[in-house]
Write a protein that binds this ligand. Structure first.
Ligand SMILES: [Zn+2]
Ligand SMILES: [Zn+2]
Length: 641
């Protein structure tokens, strides 16, 4: 028998017999590992341990100590749900039930379920865990499978689509339940320590609005009851902080049905925050040598054909017919900036040339995918593009990274960094790929950045560094990307004159500091739980007169605080109620003024943490505000000890 070679996570190579499975690879590494193997990751895909590996495959062995284990366990939990459902509602038909980042879901039909039914199903699921049923993989013929799913159009659809051509189909069997499934699964239902059904919604078959509506039940599962409890607490906290809820309470934004799906409207309070964010990005960009530019919202599709977006993104583009000519709303800002660059002739001495713009883009996502500010149809990117000589990549990337780290520090966010390198299909010479990957790596290594290497995950037109933000609850969100591009300069025939007097191709780098304002705004709302730092708070100070007699003085205090966003509480409420209201509105500072203060020309300062100081001179407080605002401090700190 001939041998094949696979690559292990540490980069070492292992030869195994042709036809070897993931489990065989594990046993080859060591018998202990072989025994502990739950599943495998082959070329990035989670697979059953009985699946074969191919020559050249990247193989990761999954045990119950691996990060992927929870995913495997949750997939089994989805089957446990389906099993319990069919015991209680034999009429139910099953569609698909995959694991997700938070747990799992199962799409079902022909059964009338509402939230009240979940508890009984959950109880039945616990019985199944208790029974510790072995989960076994069985191979069936296509004929058998088709016969079994005679009355189930969804499973038949899978058989005729994803599984078309497979003569042997894998099923997973546990007790009285079986499901057409590629796995992987844990070995028995008893490995699942805790399950919880979370909610019911609806979904289209295959996510397509033209297909029938199914009932989707969401659940989650953990190895232990304790892990589940911790997760449920975090979930409750996350619900409290949900940006859609806080956005409404704080009057920041809305996405009304009448204006169209995924088209957010920013109210005055939200716009104040966006303006501060935009000003901060602009100051970082200007310091780094970027020049502001502005481009319109739509272009002739000629431009999108030249950039290649038309070929690849046309389904996501909003197209318009104007005087028999086709136009498209811009899904990206890059072609506009490349065209600006192309309006001049450049010498090597002029490079790098750097442009930035808060550019609004439009992408037609499926309506079912839209969610608050995190998935929208229109959003603004703090978009920058720079054009440089190949040997300048390192210095430019270093400088972009510095700005991104300044953003992270300013907001108290953590980040996960990944370097994605050349994929199999790519444009650009070996030389330029090697040169640019080496420079990207050098920046990350020299700055001691802890990053994941994602071999082959770069775009076809260049390597990239991806950032994911981690917020105060430890959740991760897609952040900015720094992307080297050898393709667009080619497509737009961009050139500069080199020292040798010849024409050369510049490298284009796409970069953002926040990514999209919408996504970043969402992260900030939830990260700060609506309690924005002074520099971002839509209302920074509220003056609370003890009685209406001090209204005049309250307005004088407001005027003395000059440029800050100050309001005067003029409703005739008790002081206690005024304080509670300001507290609920997350105002960083409350200034209480009564008869004594009015007479002495002072204020009593109170902050969100309910700390208080009396007899403060207005001038001293204003100086403090200037400093706290100017330094973008994270918390109100006038009264900090
Ligand atoms: Zn399955
Ligand atoms: Zn771009």
């Amino acid at each position: 028998m001939s041998e094949i070679v696979v690559t292990l996570p540490d980069g070492s190579e292992l030869s195994v017999e042709e036809g070897a499975t993931v489990a065989d690879v594990a046993y080859e590494i060591g018998p202990g590992l072989g025994k502990d193997t739950v599943a495998g990751v082959v070329d990035g895909e989670l697979v059953d341990k009985a699946d074969p590996v191919h020559d050249g495959a990247q193989v990761v062995i999954v045990t119950d100590q691996s990060d992927e284990y929870l995913r495997v366990l949750r997939h089994t939990a989805a089957h446990v749900f389906a099993q319990a459902l069919q015991r209680l509602h034999p009429e139910a038909k099953l569609a698909i039930g995959p694991p997700t980042d938070e747990g799992f879901y199962y799409d079902v039909t022909d059964v009338d379920l509402d939230a009240d039914d979940l508890e009984a199903i959950e109880d039945e699921m616990r019985e199944i865990l208790e029974a510790d049923l072995p989960v076994e993989r069985e191979l069936r013929s296509r004929e058998e499978a088709l016969e079994l799913y005679e009355d189930n159009p969804y499973k038949r659809d899978i058989l005729e689509d994803e599984a078309a051509g497979d003569e042997e189909l894998s099923f997973y069997v546990q007790g009285d339940f079986e499901d057409l499934c590629k796995g992987p699964h844990v070995e028995s239902t008893g490995e699942i320590g805790a399950v919880k059904l979370l909610n019911i919604s609806s979904a289209y078959w295959r996510g397509d609005e033209d297909n029938e509506t199914l009932t989707r039940v969401y659940g989650t599962a953990f190895e232990s009851e304790k892990d589940l409890q911790d997760h449920m607490e975090l979930r409750a906290e996350a619900e409290e902080r949900d940006h859609r809820k806080l956005g409404k309470e704080m009057d920041l934004f809305s996405i009304p049905e009448v204006t169209g799906p995924g088209l957010p409207l920013y109210h005055p309070n939200g716009k104040k925050i966006l303006s501060e964010l935009s000003g901060f990005a602009e100051s970082l960009n200007v310091d780094a040598g970027y020049e502001p530019v502005e481009t319109p919202h739509l272009f002739r599709t000629e431009l999108w054909k030249q950039s290649g977006h038309y070929d690849n993104y046309v389904d996501d583009m909003f197209l318009l017919d104007v005087n028999d000519e086709e136009y498209g709303l811009k899904p990206m800002n890059c072609p506009g900036h490349a065209t600006i660059f192309d309006q001049h002739s450049w010498s090597y001495r002029d490079l790098p040339v750097r442009y930035f713009e808060d550019g609004k883009v439009y992408r037609k996502e499926q309506r079912g995918e839209l969610s608050g500010l995190s998935r929208v149809w229109s959003f603004t990117i703090d978009d920058g593009h720079l054009f440089c000589r190949p040997e300048q990549i390192e210095a430019e990337i270093r400088q972009v990274m510095d700005s991104i780290y300044e953003v992270l520090d300013t907001f108290g966010l953590e980040a996960h960094v990944a370097l994605a390198t050349r994929p199999e299909k790519s444009v650009g010479s070996d030389e330029i790929w090697e040169q640019s990957e080496t420079q990207l790596r050098a920046v990350l290594d020299n700055q001691n950045v802890d990053y994941d290497l994602e071999p082959g995950d770069g775009a076809f037109y260049g390597p990239k560094i991806d950032f994911a933000f981690e917020d105060a609850l430890g959740r991760k969100w897609d952040g900015p990307t720094v992307q080297v591009d050898f393709n667009m300069p080619e497509r737009f025939d961009l050139t500069y004159t080199g020292e040798d007097n010849e024409e050369h191709r510049p490298v284009m780098i796409h970069r953002a500091l926040y990514g999209s304002y919408e996504r970043f705004f969402m992260v900030l709302i939830e990260h700060f739980d609506g309690k924005f730092p002074l520099w971002l708070a839509p209302e920074q100070v509220r003056v609370l007169p003890i009685s209406d007699d001090q209204l005049g003085y309250a307005h004088r205090v407001k005027n003395e605080l000059g440029d800050f966003r100050v309001s005067v509480e003029d409703r005739s409420w008790t002081l206690g109620r005024k304080i509670r209201e300001a507290q609920d509105d997350n105002v960083p500072y409350m200034l209480v003024v009564g008869e004594d203060e009015a007479e002495a020309g002072t204020i009593s300062v109170r902050d969100r943490q309910e700390r208080e100081e009396q007899d403060v001179a207005v001038e001293a407080f204003r100086e403090h505000l200037d400093a706290e605002y100017g330094e973008k401090r994270l918390e109100p700190d006038f009264l900090a000890d």
